[in-house]
Write a protein that binds this ligand. Structure first.
Ligand code: NI
Length: 174
């Protein structure tokens, strides 16, 4: 049975480590499969649309995501690599490891990422908007980077309107 793991927050050293590459032989290990299931459970409970392994204190290059408002399926990406990145745009972003805050960050509007899925098969994910934002945010986590390192106007919501933005951003916290 999957269970909800603790999401560590800014200040925890694991969030600042460069996560280790996953040995493909490890993917079929029941403990690794359990980690994937637990990460989905934890992400949905948060709620969020993406979660990287370092956020549950596991320093491995792997993340899960489910951007529910688009056509993409839930995904597990192991040892991800950015293959394409196009057109910088400014986006509002939040993170489950920096609870409550939002900020403005420059991201690529469209990206493609390759990696391995939970069966160890090669996959390539491509998308725009929130989907692309999430892919970039999760890969940053694997490199010890938080969005607050790069974002402007990091803030707690100050007005009703910003509460709305913050709630939306937290609902899509990654
Ligand atoms: Ni995050």
């Amino acid at each position: 049975m999957p269970y909800i793991r603790e999401i560590i927050t800014d200040g925890h050293p694991t969030l600042r480590k460069v996560a280790k590459k996953v040995d493909p032989k490890e993917i079929s290990d029941p403990l690794f499969q359990q980690l994937i299931d637990d990460m989905f459970e934890t992400m949905y409970a948060a709620p969020g649309v993406g979660l990287a392994a370092p956020q549950v204190n596991v320093s491995k290059r792997m993340f899960v995501m489910d951007v529910q408002e688009d056509e993409h399926e839930p995904a597990v990406v192991i040892n991800p690599k950015i293959e394409l990145a196009e057109e910088e745009v400014e986006m509002t972003e939040g993170c489950l490891s920096v609870p409550g805050y939002v900020g403005e960050i420059t991201r690529f509007r469209k990206v493609a990422v390759s990696g391995l899925d939970r069966n160890g098969q090669k996959i390539r994910l491509e998308g725009e908007g929130l989907y692309a934002q999430c892919l970039q945010h999760e890969i940053d986590h694997l490199n010890g980077v938080l969005y607050i390192d790069k974002a402007k106007n990091i803030r707690l919501p100050q007005t009703e309107e910003e509460h709305g933005v913050a709630e939306a951003a937290q609902a899509e916290a990654i």
